[in-house]
Design a protein around this ligand. Sequence first.
Ligand SMILES: Cc1ncc(C[n+]2csc(CCOP(=O)(O)OP(=O)(O)O)c2C)c(N)n1
Ligand SMILES: [Mg+2]
Length: 341
Amino acid sequence: MAIQAKGLEAPVEPDQRLRMYRDMLVARELSDRMFTLNRQGRAAFAITGQGHEAVQVAAAHAVRPGVDWILPYYRDVAMMIALGMKPRDILLGLFAKADDPNSGGRQMPCHWSWPEMRVVTRSSVIAANLPHAAGIAYASKLRGLDEVTLVSFGEGATSEGDFHESVNFAAIHQLPVVFLCENNGYAISESSEKQMAVKHVADRAKGYGIIGQTVDGNDLIAAHQTLSWGVGECRRGRGPVLIEAKTYRFSPHTSSDDDRRYRPREEVEEWAKRDPIDRFRTRLQGEGALTPDDDRALRDTVKREIAEAVAGAEAAPDCDPADTARYVYFEGDSAQQRGAG
Ligand SMILES: Cc1ncc(C[n+]2csc(CCOP(=O)(O)OP(=O)(O)O)c2C)c(N)n1
Ligand SMILES: [Mg+2]
């Protein structure tokens, strides 16, 4: 893909490269496993991001964790792993267990929330996280705080009014928001050609008076450079920016989808040749940073860790049925809440 990375302001140290590679392996193994657990009847629903790992890990490494605000979407398994969420925690959500840190088993799996890490929860409604991102960035700007907000979404989300309103508002107020579109070419079964008349999502940036940049989302280093540039622009007061990472999902949309109905197998096989993990492994091995033996050992370790995490999470206590409606209805003293008490 002849798409250039923007900027060269973020050197990646050898240790960091290996960590990024490991995070991608963990996310892939975990995601494959979550699908298998669904097929085995052990998990009701799975939604994952096999194929999106490079751009997601790149995004996590471009922000300042715990300082910048992050509004991910359901596909961002690798982003959460790279931010430090443990596979066990993600699996507790998959099994809707009481200790699920994202929502106590109340949301669908992979609907992230992590207050300490400033990862903001969201609904399943596509693009609903974008107005929240613009609002958070507006607050940061009004308060004079050195914070950037990164919000991710698919290209299907860019057909929603929320996308246009949020980017426009952020552009008018020059807000520090990185709008990150993970363009995998499909919104469930709907191909992007049926959704937009422009070639690249990033082309739309012009219409709002901001910079748009397209990058190969399956090239970890290119994606990291571009995202670091985007976060840097926001920090320098030159935001917002719209970054489009071209990628592909190798799994069906969710465990409830059969992608054979709308995606030719040749297309999937063609993209498999550009698997972001294989590409980064080749790169690391070419640089002498990873031997085939080390790689094999690392993969075995990751497999074992995920198997252990599955066993632990599956055995964790279920939610108490009596708690089902908790946080749905107000439970305190309503007179006091109105300030009348
Ligand atoms: C407003 C709204 N419309 C429809 C849906 C059903 N839906 C869930 S995911 C999805 C596709 C989103 O595609 P995209 O934004 O490209 O993200 P991807 O899943 O491809 O990563 C749709 C239509 C929804 N959740 N919200
Ligand atoms: Mg999509």
